[in-house]
Design a binder for this molecule. Structure first.
Ligand code: XBP
Ligand code: MG
Length: 229
């Protein structure tokens, strides 16, 4: 029987990327007087690189006005990421990003039926906290038996480390759990840990191709439109 539901955050719990992180990255570029801007199409490409700081470093390679020295690039990425997370937190506190439809209902069903919940994400803890505090209240963490964030692993998704860490903290085997994901990288991370995956299509990965997942559907609020894979 299903013992625990493992939630991804960005794209799965909420559509955080387009109007949250992306806009906040652009505000950070602006704050430091950089002319770099990520439009939606570019951001979708950049999402192949998981982790905000990693994404910044990857993109810098294509900018002639980025610092030449690796150490300076790292410092700039860290500063931009810090600023971005500040802008992101402001935006989610202001309600710019809501939980996706059906999320609260499924959480309530889990609580009713004794299915435990956990979070496996590559996002920084501060961003998860800002989002869930705004959406679920200051005691949000009490709903989850394990919360594994970007800082908690050496390797981000698609590496399975985040999922393995969650399974260890829950003391469950992979087939006692189910992951909800929206990205090919996230789904690959869960699969590599042996966890079955259900995909809820998000804005940024609307056309993405998924391998080896159980089912793909339009969103948790919709009963129709799901297909087994
Ligand atoms: C989410 C990410 C994150 C967010 C930004 O992937 O890749 O990097 O875009 O968050 P997933 P940070 O949904 O698979 O967890 O800036 O905190 O990294
Ligand atoms: Mg995601």
């Amino acid at each position: 029987a299903l013992r625990a539901l493992l939630w991804d955050v960005d794209g799965t719990l909420a559509e955080t990327e387009r109007d949250g992180h992306r806009v906040a990255f652009n505000l950070a570029f602006e704050r430091l007087g950089l002319g770099w801007r990520w439009d939606e199409a570019r951001y979708v490409e950049l999402l192949a690189v998981t982790g905000g700081r990693e994404r910044l470093l990857h993109d810098m390679a294509g900018h002639s006005d980025a610092p030449a020295l690796a150490g300076e690039r790292l410092a700039l990425a860290a500063e931009l990421h810090r600023l971005k997370n500040g802008f992101y937190a402001e935006r989610v506190r202001a309600g710019a990003v809501a939980l996706r439809p059906g999320v609260l209902g499924l959480m309530a069903q889990c609580a009713d039926q004794g299915v435990r919940m956990a979070i496996a994400t590559t996002t920084s803890r501060a961003n998860v906290d800002a989002l869930l505090r705004a959406q679920l209240g200051s005691r949000w963490a009490s709903r989850f038996d394990a919360v594994v964030c970007g800082e908690d692993t050496a390797r981000k998704k698609p590496d399975p480390e985040a999922y393995r860490a969650v399974l260890a903290r829950l003391d469950l085997s992979p087939l006692q759990t189910l992951a909800l994901e929206d990205s090919p990288g996230g789904a690959a991370a869960a699969r590599a840990a042996g966890v079955p995956v259900v995909v809820t299509r998000s804005h940024c990965f609307a056309d993405a191709i998924f391998d080896e997942v159980l089912a793909i559907g339009p969103g948790l609020h919709r009963r129709g439109g799901w297909r087994p894979v």
